[in-house]
Design a protein around this ligand. Structure first.
Ligand code: ADP
Length: 160
C-alpha cells in the first residue's frame, strides 16, 4: 500500500489544505494528515493540538483513505519508523518555495530515502493561508469560502 504523510500546523485547516490532501490521495492509497504538536510555532497556535486534530478528523471522515494523527518530533523520523516513503507539501507563491527548499534539504540530509512530494496550489486556493483566515475572521470578514464548515464552526466557538 502506498502511504504518504501530509504534515502541517493546520491552525486552522483551510480549503487549500483540503485541496492538496484530496489531490495527493489520487496518487497514494492512504494519506496521514499529521498535525504538528511542536516546533517554532508552539505557543502561537490559536487551536490546541487536540482541537486541530478533531477538526481534521471531522473534515476527512467524509473521504476514504485518510487518517489524522498528531506528532511532536521530526516528520522524517515518523516516516522512517513506519517505513513511509513520501511526505506531501503544498506550494503557493514563491515565498513558500524558499522555506520548502530548506526543509527539503534538511529532510533529505536526515532521511534520504524519504521523498518530499510537492503539489502546486490550485489558483482558487492559492491565496488562502491559515494566518489570513484568522486575520480576516478577527476583522469580521467572511471566511466561509476559505474553510470547511466544520472549521468555520470551530472558529465561531473559539472566537465568537
Ligand atoms: P506548516 O506550519 O508546516 O507550514 P501549514 O498548515 O501552514 O503548516 O501548511 C502545511 C502545508 O500546506 C505546507 O506545505 C503549506 O505550504 C501548504 N499549504 C498551506 N496553505 C495552502 C494552500 N492554500 N494551498 C496549497 N498548499 C497550502
Amino acid at each position: 500500500m502506498r502511504i504518504a504523510i501530509y504534515p502541517g500546523s493546520f491552525d486552522p485547516l483551510t480549503n487549500g489544505h483540503v485541496d492538496i490532501a484530496l489531490r495527493a490521495k489520487t496518487l497514494f492509497d492512504k494519506i496521514i494528515i499529521l498535525v504538528a504538536d511542536n516546533g517554532a510555532k508552539k505557543g502561537n497556535y490559536l487551536f490546541s493540538t487536540q482541537e486541530r486534530v478533531d477538526m481534521a478528523k471531522k473534515v476527512f471522515s467524509k473521504y476514504e483513505g485518510f487518517e489524522v494523527e498528531s506528532f511532536s518530533g521530526m516528520v522524517v523520523k515518523y516516516a522512517h519508523d513506519r517505513d513511509i516513503k513520501a511526505i506531501i507539501r503544498g506550494l503557493r507563491a514563491v515565498t513558500d518555495y524558499e522555506m520548502e527548499y530548506q526543509l527539503h534539504e534538511i529532510n533529505h540530509y536526515l532521511q534520504p530515502e524519504v521523498e518530499m512530494v510537492y503539489l502546486m496550489a490550485n489558483k482558487e486556493e492559492a491565496f488562502i493561508s491559515s494566518s489570513a483566515v484568522k486575520e480576516i475572521y478577527s476583522l469580521h470578514g467572511d471566511i466561509s469560502p476559505m474553510v470547511p464548515e466544520e472549521v468555520l464552526d470551530a472558529m465561531k466557538k473559539k472566537l465568537g
